[in-house]
Design a protein around this ligand. Structure first.
Ligand SMILES: Nc1ncnc2c1ncn2[C@@H]1O[C@H](COP(=O)(O)OP(=O)(O)OP(=O)(O)O)[C@@H](O)[C@H]1O
Length: 315
């Protein structure tokens, strides 16, 4: 009997998950994580943080030392087959069967999950990934980017409800990255839950509904992307001056104010959530000091800055 909960279960429920490898290295330290149905979740972390270990544990490739994992309510050890059938995994490594054709490798993958033949589904997948006209090519004749698309096609061959992409765009060019993002968004629109790991903060920023940051085996933060950016983000006001300044006038000196672009820009950094941003006062003081500007723009700190800051604070 599946251990399915009576209420609608979450796509993934990870609880108190730890993993120590045979050499004693502890790659995951009591990780708790819920992935909601239908979301795009980005797992960010530096090299060796434990991203792949976590994904592989969920997919049943790595055996946890402690803790539990359910996939749509199915325990990924007790109900392994049901849990695994719901998952598609696009691995980090480019391992493909060099002399197989695109079509046969993808249809073989579907067969592995005991799914009946469905050429229509495979055709749709290959067309969506712009691989249809390469379907009879041997994998060895494909470019690296195309091979990566084949890995995605394989992972989608058995119509999974949850797709894991481990560093999907590592080493691919900008165009292919955009295409992949597009494919991922389209999948999400069909209700597929997506979990991706990435070093590219830009990827998380563009794609994710929620972001988790993992560092040295610990999940140090899980947050809605927008809230994360708001909560931790600082904003800057950039004033383009009419006349360059050689220095900030004495009475205007403030840690938050810097002179940049060879004296042509004044940059004021403030916390969006501070009770008083000090903007009104600053503009008044500039006017009083006879400093005029011809343009004003704002800049919000990126997820990258937030991430670097977080990892630094949790060494
Ligand atoms: N089979 C193994 N035996 C021992 N240690 C391992 C094994 N596999 C991974 N590790 C270690 O566990 C830690 C986490 O590795 P993991 O591959 O999960 O990191 P990652 O966050 O995916 O890194 P990257 O971004 O570099 O892919 C690393 O220190 C790694 O060396």
């Amino acid at each position: 009997m599946p251990t399915k909960a009576a209420t609608m279960p979450h796509a993934i429920e990870v609880s108190s998950l730890s993993k120590s490898y045979a050499d004693g290295f502890q790659a995951l330290k009591s990780v708790d994580l819920t992935i909601r149905d239908g979301e795009i979740f980005a797992l960010l972390g530096p090299n060796g943080a434990g991203k792949t270990t976590l994904i592989n544990a969920i997919c049943g490739i790595v055996t946890p030392t402690a803790g539990s994992i359910t996939v749509s309510g199915y325990d990924n050890q007790k109900d392994y087959r049901q849990a695994r059938a719901l998952i598609g995994l696009v691995p980090q490594e480019l391992t493909t069967e060099a002399f197989e054709t695109v079509w046969s490798t993808v249809s073989f993958s579907r067969g592995l999950f005991g799914k009946p033949r469905d050429d229509g589904h495979l055709e749709r997948v290959l067309r969506d990934l712009s691989l249809w006209n390469k379907r009879n090519n041997k994998l060895i004749t494909l470019s690296g980017g195309m091979k990566r698309r084949v890995l995605i096609a394989k992972a989608l061959s058995h119509e999974p409800r949850i797709l894991f992409l481990d560093e999907p765009t590592a080493g691919v060019d900008v165009e292919l990255r955009r295409d992949m993002w597009e494919v991922v968004r389209e999948l999400r629109d069909t209700g597929v839950t997506i979990v991706l790991t990435t070093h590219y903060i830009e990827e998380a920023e563009q794609m994710a509904d929620r972001v988790g940051v993992i560092n040295e085996g610990e999940l140090i933060l899980i947050e809605e992307k927008n809230e994360l950016m708001q909560k931790l983000g600082q904003k800057q006001i950039i004033l383009d001056l009419n006349q360059p300044l050689s220095a900030i006038p004495e009475h205007l000196q403030d840690d938050r104010l810097t002179l940049e672009a060879n004296g042509m820009q004044l940059v004021y950094t403030y916390d969006t959530h501070a009770e008083r941003t000090g903007i009104t006062g600053l503009l008044q003081q500039l006017r009083d000091a006879g400093i005029h500007f011809h343009d004003i723009h704002t800049k919000q700190s990126s997820l990258e800055e937030i991430f670097v800051d977080l990892v630094k604070r949790n060494p």
